[in-house]
Design a protein around this ligand. Structure first.
Ligand code: NAP
Length: 292
């Protein structure tokens, strides 16, 4: 398969590129620069002409759409740009993909839920609390309306080393603890922390199994952010005393966060036989990633 991957320098996109490049012809769509050993094409998802030129140049069989404006607080401050990237950009990409007959996998988020219930299945009704989540849900709807063989991969929060440069929650946590800085983690927010290598593999399975429709990608368990940070620090030999507890109401954030948006993974597991890596094992993998 010839696969075009957007957001290829991002945390998830970069790992998806590395995972799929071992088995397929992968072309990485990036805003600037290059990725060593990978064919790249320049694409600004917020510019429809740029999307059209890139898709015409690559003529992919499939597109994995990871590019997005992902900082929820920035999205709250700049609705116009957020909508342009997450909704209009997704529409442009879905239209161009449909035009050249490419299947599309759209990467969405657990944050589409309001967190009142937890353990969400694909049949549960989303109710986004933040503008970021609202635009990601609108992106799902755009893709479903335009792409015939679309697939939506709603993934849980990921942990792992990914991106050029590496980025995301875990990079921040590991770097802070290594530098001896105190961090505050929520005791009252629960997520299905999903190993990045598993997330990339699961997105690959969606493509390779020709799945269509909506799937939740998750390890099928949940921890509070604080509990997760404590286990991570222990496994990586970092100073757990630097991790302080905090409750969501104690921190003024622009974007509202759900209390429990953990995802159930039964539909995806039944469809593919996917076996998530146990938390302890994935933290061992994570440790070696940060030792590289
Ligand atoms: N991380 C998570 O825990 C998580 C959980 C659930 C769902 N998701 C979803 O997974 C996807 C990937 O997330 P991530 O964590 O990998 O995010 P990320 O690290 O912030 O990567 C996002 C990527 O999108 C690119 N991008 C942003 N604006 C663009 C534009 N105008 N044109 C082209 N590319 C643009 C960025 O480019 P630059 O590299 O140039 O900045 C970056 O490579 C997103 O759709 C997100 O909603 C993430």
């Amino acid at each position: 398969m010839k696969i075009l991957i957007t957001g290829a320098a991002g945390q998830i996109g970069h790992r998806v590129v590395r995972h799929l490049a071992a088995r397929h012809h992968v072309v990485a769509a990036i805003r600037a620069g290059d990725i060593s050993g990978i064919e790249c094409v320049t694409m600004d998802i917020a510019e429809p002409l740029s999307v059209r030129i890139a898709v015409d140049h690559v003529m992919p069989d499939a597109v994995v759409h990871c590019a997005a404006m992902t900082n929820a607080d920035e999205c709250e401050k700049n609705h116009t740009l957020c909508r342009r990237v997450n909704v209009d950009g997704t529409r442009a990409l879905a239209e161009e993909s449909a035009r050249v007959g490419a299947r599309m996998v759209y990467v969405s988020t657990d944050l589409v839920f309001d967190g009142q219930k937890g353990d969400y299945a694909e049949t549960d009704v989303p109710n986004p609390l933040s503008y970021y989540a609202e635009t990601k849900l609108a992106g799902e709807q755009v893709v479903a309306a335009i792409s015939a063989g679309y697939a939506i991969a709603r993934t849980a929060i990921v942990f792992g080393k990914g991106g050029i440069p590496p980025r995301g929650f875990v990079c921040w946590l590991v770097e802070s603890l290594r530098a001896g800085k105190k961090v505050q983690l929520y005791t009252d927010q629960y997520r299905s922390h999903f190993y990045l290598g598993d997330c990339a593999a699961a997105i690959g399975l969606m493509l390779e199994n020709n799945l269509t429709g909506l799937y939740h990608l998750s390890p099928g368990r949940k921890e509070s952010r604080h509990a997760f940070g404590m286990v991570l620090a222990e496994k990586l030999g970092l100073d757990r005393s630097l991790i302080e507890t905090i409750r969501m109401e104690d921190l003024a954030m622009d974007a509202k966060r759900p209390r429990d948006c953990s995802l159930a993974n039964g539909k995806f597991v039944s469809a593919t036989g996917f076996e998530p890596t146990a938390l302890g094992k994935s933290l061992e993998y994570l440790k070696s990633e940060f030792e590289e």
